[in-house]
Design a protein around this ligand. Sequence first.
Ligand code: PMP
Length: 467
Amino acid sequence: IRPTTDRPVLDTQTLWQKDKDHFIHPFTDFSVFHEEGCDLITDSEGIHVQDSRGNRFIDGIAGLWCVNVGHGRAEIGQAMADQATRMAYFSTFNNLSNAPAAELAAKLAELAPAHLNHIFYSCGGSAANDATIRLVHYYFNRLGKPEKKRILSRNNAYHGTTYLAATLTGIESNNWDFDTLDHLVTHLSEANCYRRPEGMSEAEYCDHLVREFEDTIAEVGADNIAAFIAEPIMGAGGVLVAPEGYHARMQAMCRANDILFIADEVVTGFGRLGHFFASEAVFDTRPDIINCAKGLSSGYAPLGATLISDEIYEVLGTPQRKGGVLSTGFTYSGHPVSCAAALKNIEIIEREGICENVREVGPYLEEQLRTLSHHATVGDVRGSHFMMCLENVADKITKELLPVEARVGDRVAFEAQQRGLIIRPVGHLNIVSPPLIWTRGTVDRVVAILDEALTAATASLRKDGYL
Ligand code: PMP
């Protein structure tokens, strides 16, 4: 990270207080926050971030699975500044447009599977999912099938926190004390190979999940189901890789039952699994709709996009029967500054061969993380390429979990942070989802830190009587 002398000095103590008094943080445990306040991240460059005390960390979570090209890319900043000074904002409603939005739509159509050629912009992943479901309902209404409303999602899926996206989300604790729009969504089991029923092979487990899907269609009625939405690899729900063939079989069943297949590629898109989109390249599926956000702009500006098939567009885009307009969209749909950031981000991914780096370094990251399996708490190391997770358990044979109060994920993350690495604790899990520019050398440093962190966390769990 460059010396801070050329950057304005921040009054971090005052900022800390202002934050504590006024900023309602997302996903925050107030019992801790009221005591400790925030950690202020002030600087970032490449694979590193720095906090207000001058501590420097390797970023093991790409901000929040999003800073795919790494931090401090001056050329993205410049592209945004150029666009902001030339034309920062104007409406895209009706027939108005702007250069970056048009350019980016065409670029996304080029990168996406061949049949996805139409782009609906939003401001992030939740909004993209919400907008998608509204468009899907609109599509079936226009086809004269207004009863097709129900969306099939999965337990432990994460699709966001706007009202409808939170309902699609299947992580129970995310909706504690919140309301959900239950009449619109039915949740199926997640595909969790680690915790599949005892004695079932992976292939049998896949059959089992497919049967559940069939039974649900029979129960709810294909005439009432609009779509099935799934992350190619479930992210926040625990980096769950489905059994071989799962997605393709789900898609075949969708097709047979006139159910749209939506891939939420908010995390898996833009290189994390070694391709711009994982659906076709990795999972051999041809979704009717792909949603993306995060890596689309590498987090340099808020942006989401829904990529829509020619077939669906034909219904959405034909002149309205009632002479109306497609009355949905946001003030910031196709925001010029966000689209300029995304275009430069994509240019960097292509120019630097970032997908190729992930295909090369990803298997090494998987292999090296697996060497941590000897630690007492590490029950499972899973994921793919730059989307990985450690599952901590009390007992590796029974897979029994440690009590929630043991805060095992927090302990491991804390010990890693003490040693200069930020990873993400999610309950008993630790997620590693780094910028896509990690090298083999970075992996070696990270795994050495994690090795020490796990040793220290195990010792502290023993000391406190949890192991
Ligand atoms: N879908 C998936 C798969 C995600 O992981 C996320 C965010 N982690 C979202 C949707 C929601 O995106 P956002 O936070 O940008 O609204």
